[in-house]
Design a protein around this ligand. Sequence first.
Ligand code: PLP
Length: 412
Amino acid sequence: MINKRGFTTTILHSDRLKKPEHGSLHKPVHTSVTYGFDDVQDLVDIFQNKKSGFAYSRQGNPTVAALEHKVTQMENGLASVAFSTGMAAISATIMALIKKTDHVIASSYLFGNTRSVFQTFIDMGLDITFVDATSVKNVQNELRGNTRLIFVETIANPATQIADLENIGELCTQNGIIYMVDNTMTSPRLFNPVNVKASLVINSLTKYIGGHGDALGGSVTDTGLYDWQNFPNIFDGFKNQVDAKVLGITQIRKKGLRDSGGTLSPEAAHTISVGSETLALRMERISNNALALASYLQTHPGINKVFYPGLTNHPQHALASKLFLQYGGLMSIELNDRIDCFAFLNKLKLVVKSSNLGDTRTLAIPVAHTIFNELGVVKRSEMGISDGMIRLSIGIEDIEDLIEDFKIALEL
Ligand SMILES: *Cc1c(COP(=O)(O)O)cnc(C)c1O
């Protein structure tokens, strides 16, 4: 879809232009679990994908659909399905599309919970290979005849490695492989994976899109680039019912939501929708704050290393500058050995010690002790995570106050 209007204008008026009930500016919160029909044929047609509409809210709801439409517009995609969390979106999509005869390649630098669910899939018999996806060569080396899907993140959490996004997109296109890109860290404001030929785009709506740390949600967007016509894992039932273009997203909705049950609630969809109206404003402020803070911390004697794609010494700084509008709010730091990690964190007054990301408030967490604790030392070091690493999610506070908070906490 081509967006003629600007990003924020499009999202602000998305509900209204679809003419919701009573001229309301927001799509109302529809709480009905099920929908009744005067003519049973209409109910049957919805079940058989002959007509669009709502039958049972596990697989679709008008308020959730309004949010899905916004995500599709933000990603310049074809269609989206929302889920209860980002993790539900990821796991349900893999479950809906992949069979045990398939091979999957995933980046070894992954959000810890994604790595965890991929390990669960391996334990259940799926063949998944982890590679350093910052170079397409590593991915190419693992390619097999049955490689069906490649999964990467834009900016990896916590060490901010950036996947070789364009070249992996090219490789997937040439080999008919589904290219699944988790865009959570960049958000659709800073980057659209469709531009690097992604097939499916994941967003944790909990993070930047919702933006205020007050609702959980996730989504998958079909960019329209993958040719589902010859994809062997589409169920025969869908093949005869829907247009070839929407085979993939239909299977993700019908099978993914049905089997996982990871449905987004209409109340959360509304909260996320309202939050998404200011995504562009927040991403600009967050990115500006993060770059200013990274520059400050980089020269501070209390800090050994700053991981932030906006810094010129970041290994993929040139790629980030080429692909992303700005560099986002994810940053990690390693303290000087003389500074105790916990003491430093406890001295921060504004920055909240918390595990979330993408909030309006700046958040900090010691990585090895918490979100990556279960992985153990070996896997952590493979993923570039040292024991003293602190992950920051930069918020929209006034930058002077943020720098002051770090300055005081770093005093010996
Ligand atoms: C948080 C996150 C997820 C999972 O999202 P939830 O909404 O917390 O389930 C997936 N991928 C990335 C990159 C994330 O940061």
